[in-house]
Design a protein around this ligand. Structure first.
Ligand SMILES: *Cc1c(COP(=O)(O)O)cnc(C)c1O
Length: 589
């Protein structure tokens, strides 16, 4: 459950000293979901970072986490009468969750010194130890008013704002670790390309020895940096990478580094943060097998490994399932592998836990959207960032067809999701969905829960019967919400992409929509989705409850033991943090 169990006291939040020696790994992320009231995340990337931190604490890994304080959060979603999304700032009470530390460092931005101060938030595992999280803040009286808002809004503003944030995160974060006295850090883990400037700041510390052959014509000792940097990429599309014009880079960073040197590292035409991080990291990984293959094709010549994402089991199990697991497998939190035996749990226990999770969702839906769900119909759930490549409207392609299916096998739908501030297409999808809802009522109850975030996810995902996912392959790098679903016995109905390629056993752990396109361009269609609903999913729910519960148990026992952050962090610890030696060779497939 997403609750207060990982919160430390104010006093613990004030003292950094005990972490300074012995901490070996620094994990940098633009966003991190530590607690629902800390609005320092926007979606999947931040939830992954938060689950990573919780697992690091459970497993007693010697890590420190670095992120921006994002005082105004990401965005609060307001839907007007026409269904158009407007966004408000989403501030959070920083004083309740952290303490400012006395250290400050300056970073050069646009010819000015910008001071950066960290706040300390201590994440305390109830079964492990404490890990420190540093939240970087530029809202300081000594800063020029133009620089005070750099750490205000997550993913806000234009590319100039973004680059200033990335300078603070990468360069400011690295320098703060030194200023605070973290003396034993050996490895820097870049969660996505946003912190790539960290590796550049490291590079500046190591001029190439005179007798060393220049790699890429560099004046620096790039091997030294690669021995320290690990990069996890999350973006399978070129357009999704952070890129900056060198004009802007020169304007903001002046003579911080020679641009001809930077071009050798980050791309000739524009500074591509993914390329920069790839060039400067000794261990690089994608977040699912499919995603690693896609990344290899996009960036030939780099060795890209695959290390599939997970979710933090204790956080994402509904309390009813957590109680059931506690009763049967007392160690499941630390070792979710124990859930491999969940296929032996009694059917009634599974169904009871599910009924409790469902009741919580039906209540939340009534409170937040005014829609009354029918306790007897299966609930299809869909919630994620509203953006075109995730095809949030695929289910609504043919409303007559949906009504027709519903006459034979009644069902209902719950949706949620925010669009990014500047994604008008995403906002249009939300508006259209709200229109489809009106059209389908009252035959098919459909609810849209506003303002999707972690607390909503923790009720929505376990409370549905079927978790739907319809991205355009290969654009879903991994996806993690389906892992949360399976942990709670919710069956995935998903296009073959991201993590699902590794977890789907058709008719056993869930269902695929359409064929696996392999590396090809084929896309599952609305017709594929309707056929699967009509011929497999809904008939089983209505006509063979025992078979349905058998599948719930298969989903839990085959997915939860693998797709969790305890396994993921054990792999990062043993494969990445212990061994960052660079290798040019391609990974054999
Ligand atoms: C888990 C989670 C996500 C990630 O969902 P995807 O399946 O990767 O789209 C996004 N937002 C919230 C609030 C989550 O809890």
């Amino acid at each position: 459950m997403f609750d207060d169990s990982y919160l430390a006291s104010a006093q613990q939040n004030a003292t950094i000293g005990r972490f300074l020696s012995g901490t070996r790994v620094a994990y940098f992320s633009m966003e991190i979901a530590l607690h629902p009231k800390m609005h320092t995340y926007s979606g999947g990337l931040g939830v992954l970072a938060g689950d990573t931190a919780r697992s690091a604490a459970d497993l007693e890994l010697p890590m420190v986490f670095v992120t921006l304080i994002s005082r105004q959060g990401y965005l609060n979603q307001i839907l007007d009468d026409s269904g158009w999304q407007h966004s408000e700032d989403d501030p959070w009470p920083v004083e309740e969750f952290g303490c400012p530390l006395r250290a400050k460092v300056a970073v050069p931005i646009n010819g000015r010194q910008v001071w950066v101060q960290p706040w300390l938030h201590v994440l305390r595992s109830p079964i492990g130890h404490d890990v420190p999280v540093l939240l970087l803040d530029t809202d300081l009286p000594e800063n020029d008013p133009r620089d005070r808002d750099i750490t205000n809004q997550l993913y806000g503003g234009d590319s100039r704002y973004r680059l200033r944030q990335e300078i603070v995160l990468g360069i400011g974060g690295l320098r703060l670790l030194s200023a605070l006295g973290f003396s034993d850090i050996q490895v820097y883990h870049l969660n996505e390309g946003h912190a790539a400037l960290l590796a550049l700041d490291l590079l500046r510390r190591y001029p190439r020895p005179a007798d060393q052959v220049a790699e890429l014509d560099l004046k620096y000792d790039v091997g030294r940096v690669r021995d320290m940097c690990i990069f996890t990429t999350h973006t399978p599309v070129e357009a999704g990478h952070d890129v900056f014009d060198y004009g802007l880079v020169g304007e903001l960073l002046h003579d911080y580094i020679e641009l001809d040197q930077l071009r050798l590292l980050g791309g000739q035409d524009q500074l591509n943060m993914t390329r920069l991080a790839l060039t400067l990291s000794g261990f690089v990984n994608g977040v699912a097998q499919r995603h690693a293959r896609t990344t290899r094709a996009m960036f030939p010549g780099f060795r890209i490994r695959a290390l599939t994402n997970g979710v933090h089991s204790m956080t994402w199990a509904h309390p009813a399932f957590a109680n059931l697991y506690n009763e049967h497998y007392p160690y499941w939190g630390l070792e979710p592998e124990a859930l491999v035996q969940a296929d032996q749990l009694p059917d009634e226990k599974i169904w009871q836990a599910h009924a409790t999770a469902r009741k919580d969702l039906i209540k939340l839906v009534a409170e937040t959207s005014g829609v009354t769900l029918d306790p007897d119909r299966p609930i299809i759930g869909y919630a994620r960032r509203m953006t075109s490549y995730k095809r949030p409207e695929l289910l609504f392609t043919d409303l007559e067809r949906l009504r027709d299916i519903n006459r034979r096998y009644p069902f209902q739908i719950v949706l949620a999701g925010k669009a990014h501030h500047r994604d008008d297409e995403g906002k249009r999808h939300i508006q259209n969905i709200l229109g489809h809802m009106k059209n389908l009522a009252p035959d098919i109850p459909v609810a849209f829960i506003p303002n999707y975030e972690a607390t909503v996810a923790s009720v929505l995902v376990p409370g549905v019967d079927v978790w739907l996912n319809t991205p355009v392959p290969p654009l879903e790098a991994s996806g993690t919400s389906g892992m949360k679903a399976a942990l709670n016995g919710v069956l995935n109905l998903s296009v073959m992409d991201g993590w699902w390629c590794e977890a789907c056993l058709e008719g056993v752990t869930g269902w695929a929509i359409g064929e696996d396109p392999g590396e090809g361009p084929a896309q599952a269609s609305a017709e594929d989705l309707y056929q699967k609903l009509e011929q497999a999913v809904l008939p089983m729910y209505h006509e063979d409850r025992a078979a349905w519960i058998a599948m719930m148990k298969q989903a839990i026992s085959k997915i939860a033991p693998v797709f969790n952050t305890q396994r993921m962090m054990r792999r990062y610890a043993s494969e990445a943090y212990m061994c960052t030696r660079y290798s040019e060779e391609h990974e054999s497939e």
